[in-house]
Design a protein around this ligand. Sequence first.
Ligand code: AMP
Length: 510
Amino acid sequence: MAAIGVHLGYTCACVAVYKDGRADVVANDAGDRVTPAVVAYRETEEIVGLAAKQGRIRNASNTVLKVKQILGKSYDDPQVQKHVADSKCSVVEKNGKPRYEIDTGENIKPVSPEEVAKLIFGKMKETAQSALGSDVSDVVITVPFEFGEDQKNALRQAAETSGFNVLRLVHEPSAALLAYGVGQDSPTGKSNSLVYKLGGTSLSVTIIEVNSGMYRVVATDTNDSIGGECFTEALAQHLASEFQRSYKHDVRGNPRAMMKLMNSAEVSKCSLSTLGSANCFVDSLYDGLDFDCNVSRARFDLVCTSLFNQSMESIVKLMKQVGLTADDINKVVLCGGSSRMPKLQQMIRDLFPNTELLNSIPPDEVIPIGAAIEAGLLLGREELSLEEDVIAINCSARDILVKEVDESGADKYTVLFPCGTPLPARRHHTLHAPGDFSSVCLELYESEDRKCVTDNNKFAQIVLKDLHKQGGGVHDILTVLTMKRDGSLHVTCTDQHTGKSEMITVEIVS
Ligand code: AMP
């Protein structure tokens, strides 16, 4: 059994395969694990990936970048208008939708964003199939949380026309949690995770509540004004000023020279994530002059100070919005290629000093790995409902607690089913009562505010009588509580020494 997970980002695409119980990213034919989401049209062929990206200086008007920005959108959408203004390849309106205009040498060919995306999916399929064997086409595709129905349909359609069998679309932040198995291994209790994704053109921060293996998005924020490209641009500007200092020429107004500097800055930026310094070399940058410059990581961090600060603002804003503090977040997952930058990782660590930072998987591979794991899970299921994008689940409406008495004699409440626990659910609880008691009473409470539980919140009690007194020992009372889908609660209490047992059913708790 094998399946595929694909992440098509705004700047890059990445594919992972699930086989023999594990998911791994597959390198493309050039040996790269991440493929630029760039398509270049030449007279007789279409080129996808690095070669297309590298050739864009000479073939700018027939090279399509960031197609995901306009996929499934109408021409007058403000984001499409921005894309139209930025794109070097002409984009026109046809039946209310955007179309690229490709110059084939003989005529102008209209190309839809879905056709461009289809070529990128095709490349991903080819990459996966060369690793798995050609008949595998089952795939899970990732989508940003904020994507609407039209955008999802366009993405799905592009994947299907490239020959994929789309099992499901999964939200990017959920895929990121799946990649690390968050909530999958210990499926009880509630926790909060924060997914931080800094890609090429945008930053998105999502807080997800993990409860019994289910994910619920508490809040999300996407900022399109910051991404890896801003860091590349800042470094390119720094290189331009270094060139001006050395050669007294300002190349900032020269698009061709700036594109060359951007290419060099991009490579250096990536090297600086692992090395302390990087060399930028541009052949014939301006007026036949070569440019050679060394940049240290400290210099890069300084040049990008305000961008790093901006990259933290979304986190602070979102946490404030939902009233959570850093200590309420149990895990932070890093994804998106730009999260590789060490300074960024350090700033996130400083913001969450007591939180586990999940960064062992390369950040740009996290989301496709999560998608491949989801694909593997879906194929493993006996009954596969392909359209189940949103699953309706019953949840407990309030906290269900048990009252105990601690050593000092004070009442102590333990939450057994936190509010929102997906049903059905089962919990085990052991109560230790002094051995000289001949009966033990277990009291159950429900509450919307676990910090303020009173006698009025009690809804059931169960009493075990005639227990054999045990001088000096304790009674171990095991309670098994099962809450069904309809909210009814079945409780069984058993004295572990005598096997004596009582049970009750409370019809509707929530
Ligand atoms: P993504 O869309 O998640 O693939 O992210 C693409 C962005 O990540 C681009 O802006 C890349 O420049 C950036 N990126 C990729 N690798 C690195 C790296 N090693 N260090 C810094 N940025 C990187």
